[in-house]
Design a protein around this ligand. Structure first.
Ligand SMILES: *Cc1c(COP(=O)(O)O)cnc(C)c1O
Length: 376
C-alpha cells in the first residue's frame, strides 16, 4: 500500500529532533518562543528570498489574518478570493468582519481567474487575494496589473508555493506580501503548527511583527500600540526548520521530477478521460499533484484496489460550504466541475522510483465506464 499521507515524513530527522530538543531544553537562555533561533530562521529566509522582511508566526492562517488586518480590512470591505481552495481563504476575511467575494478559477491551473476577478470588483473591493494551488502558481502578472489599474491591495496566498518561481520572481514576493505555511503536510512542513509572512514592504513587516505579539513593539514590554494576536513562533520549530531548510530545494526537485514522470505517463490518457496538470517549471511548485478524471470516483476506487492512496482536494467549492453560504452570491461552474473531477496522487519526495512507477501503472490501467450517450 502506498499511503497518500505518509507516516514516515520525519523518520530520518528523529535523532536530530531529539538533539535539538535537548539543546533547547537544557540551554542557558531557557527561551522557548521568539528567541534567537526564530530570529535566525527569519533572517535566513529573508536573505534567501531577497525580501524586506520575514515574520515567523503561528500558522499560515494567522499570517493571512494579520496581513488582512494590517491592510485594515474590516466591516464594509470586500476581498476577492478564489471559489476553489481551502477554508482560510474565506474564513480569515469573514473573521475580520469583511466579505469574501468568490471568483471562479482557470480550468487549467485551478487558480483564480483574473478576468472573472475583474468583473467582481466593486467600490467596496479592498484586496485581491489570489492563491497558488496544488502545483501551479496563480497568474500573478495579471493580478499585479489588475491591482495597479484599480488601486487595490494585493495579498498573495503563497502558503503552498514556497520555493516556486514565476518569471524569475519567488512565490510570496509578487504581492505586497505573501505567506508560507509549515503545517506538516506542506512542502516545508514541520513538527507542528507554524507559518510566515514574507513581504517586500518594511511597513507591513513592522505592522505584522506587532500584531504577532499583542501589538507590542518588541522593546517595551506591556506597551500595546495596537490590538493584536498571539501568533508567536516556537524556538524548537525554528531550530527544526533551520535544520530542514538546506534540504528543501532537493526535496522540491524530487517532487518536480516525479510530477514530470507522471505527466509523461498520463498525457496519452485523454481517451480515458484523464488529464494531467500543466507541466514545466516556470510558475510551478509541486506540493500536490492533482489530475482530472471524468470518472473520478471510479478511478479513486480503482487505485485503492491497487493499493494507491489518493485524496480529493476539494470536494466542494468554498461558496458551496455551509459556513460560507451566507456570503456566496453568483455561480462558479469551473470550480464546481473541478471539485467533481479532481484527484490527488502521492508525490512526496521519499517515494521510491518503483512506487512512482506502480502508481502510474495503476492510473494507466484504469478503464472508465463509457460516458452516457450524448454527453460527450
Ligand atoms: C495550508 C494553507 C493555508 C493555511 O495554512 P495553515 O498553516 O494550515 O494555517 C492557507 N492557504 C492555503 C492555500 C493553504 O494551502
Amino acid at each position: 500500500m502506498v499511503p497518500f499521507f505518509p507516516d514516515d515524513l520525519f523518520t530520518a530527522d528523529r535523532e536530530v529532533l531529539l538533539d535539538l530538543l535537548y539543546e533547547l531544553g537544557t540551554g542557558p537562555s531557557q527561551r522557548f518562543i521568539l528567541g534567537e533561533h526564530t530570529a535566525r530562521f527569519e533572517r535566513e529566509l529573508r536573505e534567501q528570498l531577497g525580501a524586506a522582511d520575514v515574520v515567523a508566526c503561528s500558522s499560515g492562517t494567522s499570517a493571512l489574518t494579520m496581513l488582512l488586518h494590517a491592510m485594515e480590512v474590516g466591516p464594509g470591505d470586500e476581498v476577492i478570493t478564489p471559489a476553489f481552495g481551502c477554508a482560510p481563504l474565506a474564513a480569515t476575511v469573514v473573521n475580520l468582519g469583511a466579505r469574501p467575494v468568490f471568483a471562479d478559477i482557470d480550468p487549467v491551473t485551478m487558480t483564480m481567474d483574473p478576468e472573472h476577478a475583474e468583473r467582481l470588483i466593486s467600490p467596496r473591493t479592498k484586496v485581491l487575494m489570489p492563491a497558488h494551488m496544488f502545483s501551479a502558481m496563480a497568474d500573478m502578472p495579471a493580478f499585479t496589473d489588475l491591482a495597479a489599474r484599480h488601486g487595490l491591495r494585493l495579498l498573495e496566498d503563497s502558503a503552498v508555493a514556497q520555493g516556486g518561481v514565476l518569471d524569475g520572481r519567488p512565490a510570496g514576493l509578487w504581492g505586497e506580501a505573501g505567506v508560507y505555511s509549515f503545517v506538516q503536510v506542506k512542502t516545508f512542513g514541520s513538527i507542528g503548527e507554524g507559518g510566515a509572512v514574507v513581504t517586500k514592504d518594511p511597513e507591513l513587516g513592522r505592522a505584522v511583527r506587532m500584531l504577532r505579539n499583542h501589538g507590542q513593539d518588541g522593546r517595551t514590554r506591556f506597551r500595546h500600540h495596537r490590538i493584536g494576536y498571539n501568533s508567536r513562533f516556537d524556538e524548537l520549530m525554528a531550530l527544526f526548520q533551520l535544520h530542514r531548510l538546506p534540504g528543501l530545494p532537493a526535496r522540491l526537485e524530487r517532487r518536480a521530477h516525479i510530477a514530470a514522470y507522471y505527466n509523461a505517463r498520463f498525457e496519452p490518457l485523454a481517451e480515458q478521460g484523464i488529464q494531467p496538470p500543466p507541466g514545466g517549471r516556470n510558475g510551478r511548485c509541486y506540493y500536490v499533484y492533482c489530475l482530472r478524471a471524468r470518472g473520478r470516483d471510479e478511478l479513486q476506487q480503482h487505485l485503492a484496489r491497487q493499493g494507491v492512496g489518493t485524496h480529493v482536494y476539494y470536494p466542494r467549492p468554498l461558496p458551496r460550504q455551509p459556513a460560507f453560504a451566507a456570503c456566496a452570491r453568483g455561480s462558479w461552474p469551473r470550480a464546481e466541475l473541478a471539485s467533481q473531477e479532481i484527484l490527488a496522487l502521492p508525490i512526496y519526495p521519499h517515494l521510491t522510483d518503483t512506487q512512482v512507477e506502480r502508481i502510474a501503472d495503476a492510473v494507466c490501467s484504469f478503464v472508465p465506464a463509457p460516458a452516457p450517450a450524448g454527453t460527450r
